[in-house]
Design a protein around this ligand. Structure first.
Ligand SMILES: Cc1ncc(COP(=O)(O)O)c(C=O)c1O
Length: 360
């Protein structure tokens, strides 16, 4: 082997998740993406206002920094734009940790936390949920005894939705600060009704917030996200940026959506409407489900075999859903929420599945 360093990477399994779906016939409810599609002229309308030199020049990102700063009521110097929240997580781990450090995340959650922990040789301590879907306090207390460096809190989290209110976040921030640990609040699902931790950045030196254009903004394709913290932290964190954080096309789309936030709001309102409809309809057919502030619904079945059968039944109808998950969540599936007109297709099929006794 010519490479002598980082040989542990050879043993890490990486997958290109969710490729191979039928994107024409399919109803994509498996990745918390925008379930409906953007109009055909969406990108043309954005690009037609750009100068002729648009594709021939390197990207200009300053105005996007200004727009995000205005949107989130922070200073430009408090932001680093990254390739989604994913890029923010990788950047933070590379800068704020060294091998063998203990970090933690609420679990289960976004799968890349685990992958990056392996890449950076970190000790990932998973804080689980109780059967009542609350954070396991025993795990949390144990974590604080391990001299941890970062606590990641996806808020709200998925697939187990648990939302921590600002009072509890303040308690966590204080506890973390006492032991020199960062509290990183992953707000991937902000804009669907939850509160933000951005105001805590002023009060706590150890608080970092992550945001994305992938969920409420509905454009996971552009791979745009950002890290927010105080100026002092960002004077280090933003220095590790790549030469051009985003492509010109991604910048143009992100700016367009910030300039036309009413489009995003409308999208979020449709999702909130679906949330009510789906929860009602599922409970009417005897299914327990949870969804409060996300663009997804966690659905419980009697056992893992039922959950698997439902996933396969729906897949045959080109309806893609996520799950079941590892134990103890192996009888749960998760569906993304789109506008009500599209969710009707899911409801129709889940009712058929019930009639056919695929689940009880
Ligand atoms: C909790 C959470 N964090 C981060 C991400 C990744 O977001 P992005 O597309 O911005 O990388 C996801 C994606 O599903 C997520 O669920």
């Amino acid at each position: 082997m010519f490479i002598k360093n980082n040989l542990h990477l050879k043993n890490i399994t990486r997958q290109r998740v969710a490729e191979g779906r039928n994107l024409i016939k399919g109803l994509r409810l498996d990745r918390n993406e925008k379930v409906d599609i953007w109009p055909k002229n969406f990108i043309n309308n954005i690009l037609k206002k750009k100068p002729k030199s648009f594709f021939s020049t390197y990207p200009e990102i300053t105005s996007l920094y200004k727009k995000i700063a205005k949107f989130d009521k922070v200073k430009e110097e408090q932001i680093l734009i990254t390739s989604g929240i994913d890029g923010s997580i990788k950047n933070l781990l590379s800068l704020l940790t060294k091998p063998k450090d203990v970090i933690s995340v609420l679990s289960p959650t976004y799968a890349m936390y685990q992958v990056y922990a392996k890449i950076f040789k970190l000790n990932l301590f998973k804080i689980n949920y109780t059967k009542e879907y609350n954070i396991n306090r025993k795990d949390l207390n144990l974590f604080f005894k391990k001299k941890p460096k970062i606590l990641f809190v996806p808020n709200p989290n998925q697939p187990i939705e648990n939302t921590i209110d600002n009072k509890d976040l303040i308690k966590l921030a204080k506890k973390c600060a006492k032991i020199n640990c960062f509290l990183v609040v992953d707000e991937a699902y902000f804009h669907f009704g939850s509160k933000t931790a951005v105001p805590l950045i002023k009060k706590f030196k150890n608080v970092i917030v992550l945001r994305t254009f992938s969920k409420a903004f509905g454009v996971p394709s552009i791979r745009a996200g950002y890290t927010i913290s105080n100026k002092e932290n960002m004077s280090i964190i933003s220095k590790a940026r790549i030469a051009h954080e985003l492509s010109s096309v991604s910048i143009a789309v992100a700016e367009y959506l910030l300039d036309n936030y009413s489009i995003v709001r409308k999208n979020c309102n449709l999702i909130k409407k679906s949330r009510k409809i789906i929860k009602n309809a599922l409970s009417k057919i005897g299914l327990y489900c949870r969804s409060e502030f996300g663009n997804y619904v966690l659905i419980k079945f009697q056992n893992s075999s039922e959950a698997i059968k439902v996933v396969n039944f729906l897949r045959k109808k080109f309806i893609y859903v996520k799950g079941p998950y590892s134990k103890p969540w192996n009888n749960y599936i998760n569906i993304s929420l789109g506008p009500p007109v599209l969710m009707n297709r899911f409801l129709k099929e889940i009712k058929i599945a019930k009639e056919k006794k695929i689940f009880n």
